[in-house]
Ligand binder design. Structure first.
Ligand code: AMP
Ligand code: GLY
Length: 427
């Protein structure tokens, strides 16, 4: 079958790498792709906002499966348009993508379905927002309702910070995404991510991971899209995963179907492991970046078989995903200045020379200019190591990273630190 993959990040490089390994995959196309994806796919220019153009491409190339990487086209209803033409697509329709597209929608759904999450209030103007934070008291969390590129959430330790966050949202800084806000109870615990595939009725657990959102070592500095991740996150024990499946994921999938917006694709849960058990922080309607990279390094199943079965509402007819017991860990090399003003154009050398059976480097924001590989975005490379422990995977990832010649890049030095500390204390 011919497959079209949409996106251009490290997540999509990992997806392309894995999709291309499947005997079911004939020609893989990627739009727009990146230089790493180009090793596995024919990269084409397609405007994903132009649904008609995407449909015409699929018809012309006899595409049997479309895999949508990022959230924006999902929230924009591209999956609806493709399904409307009978084209199998992995990724939720617009209605179900509200799980990521509207924090208020998700909180209301959780309240209706009795899903464990923090208490909340939805507010639509500054005065109501200020009144709500006064009722909660600090610490409190303030969130712009819509997609704000990871910048719409403030975990306010003081009332002054919370007030600033409310005023910022209603000043219009986030445009449409800030027409509404959610004020939320502060949850305490360790964070972990969990992923499940669903076609709207069958649900299968995928894998767990832990991300590192802050730009600096020791989880300091501003939030980013993610500076590194590892999988599995052993802190999410089999018992906690089972609890997450029954108390959070299954009722969500049921509630969405009941609302007439059945979910098809991957559910990405941000969880807080509180003293009372796992609580939902947020849903995303796509694979995480860079969580996808580490999960796919461990995936032993045929990714095309899984995603195609999901897209055709027959997930129950294929074997559930199998993963190796190894740990995969990825470190993001970002361009200096990221997340605010990443420096573009810096040259990168020595990627292939440092890949081996335990190390794979995924491209995110790279480009080829005059024959040279250069940085072309905030997050540039994902240097990924596999090992029998987090410490081993971490050692392999950093050994490769240190040997890559990318003078305008930087990385955190402590990816996996929680788990490395646990391994040390256990040994
Ligand atoms: P989100 O964009 O919803 O993932 O939020 C970004 C980050 O803010 C999360 O990864 C958490 O670290 C933090 N956060 C969000 N909601 C809460 C909450 N209710 N309590 C504590 N921290 C939170
Ligand atoms: N790494 C977090 C995300 O993909 O949203």
């Amino acid at each position: 079958m011919n497959i079209l993959l949409l996106g251009s990040g490290g997540r999509e490089h990992a997806l392309a790498w894995k999709l291309a390994q499947s005997p079911l995959c004939e020609t893989l196309y990627a739009a727009p792709g990146n230089p790493g994806i180009a090793d596995h796919a024919t990269c084409v220019a397609l405007d994903v906002a132009d649904h008609g153009a995407v449909i015409a491409f699929c018809e012309d190339k006899r595409i049997g499966l479309v895999v949508i990487g990022p959230e924006a086209p999902l929230v924009d209803g591209l999956a609806d348009s493709l399904r409307g033409e009978g084209i199998p697509v992995f990724g939720p329709n617009k209605g179900a993508a509200q799980l990521e597209g509207s924090k208020g929608f998700t909180k209301d759904l959780c309240a209706k379905a009795d899903i464990p999450t923090g208490g909340y209030e939805r507010v639509t103007n500054e005065a109501d927002g200020l009144a709500a934070i006064a009722r909660f008291g600090a610490p409190v969390v303030v969130k712009a309702d819509g997609l704000a590129a990871g910048k719409g959430v403030t975990v306010a330790m003081t009332m002054a910070e919370a007030e600033m966050a409310i005023m910022e949202i209603f000043s219009g800084r986030f445009g449409e995404a800030g027409a509404e806000a959610v004020v939320e109870e502060f949850l305490e615990g360790e964070e972990a991510s969990f992923f499940a595939l669903t076609d709207g009725s069958t649900i299968v657990p995928f894998a767990s991971a832990q991300d590192h959102k802050r730009v600096g070592d020791g989880d300091t500095g501003p939030n980013t899209g993610g500076m590194g991740a590892y999988s599995p996150a052993r802190v999410l024990t089999p018992a906690l995963q089972a609890e997450t499946m029954t108390r959070i994921i299954a009722p969500t999938v049921r509630a969405l179907a009941d609302e007439g917006v059945p979910y098809n694709g991957v559910l990405f849960l941000g969880l807080m492991l509180t003293r009372e058990g796992p609580k939902l922080i947020e849903y995303n309607c796509r694979f995480g970046d860079p969580e996808c990279q580490v999960m796919l390094m461990r995936l032993q199943s045929d990714l095309v078989e899984l995603l195609h079965a999901c897209a055709q509402n027959r997930l129950g007819s294929v074997a559930p995903p199998r993963f190796s017991d190894a740990t995969a860990l990825t470190v993001v090399m970002a361009a200096k200045g990221y997340p605010d003003t990443p420096e573009k154009g810096g040259e990168i050398r020595g990627i292939e020379a440092n890949e081996n059976e335990h190390v794979k480097v995924f491209h995110a924001g790279t480009a080829v200019k005059e024959g040279a590989l250069v940085a072309n975005g905030g997050r540039v490379l994902n240097v990924t190591g596999v090992g029998s422990t987090v410490s081993e995977a971490q050692g392999r990832a950093y050994a490769a990273l240190d040997a890559i010649d990318f003078p305008t890049g930087f990385a955190r030095r402590d990816i996996g630190w929680r788990e490395v500390a646990r391994e040390k204390s256990a040994s």
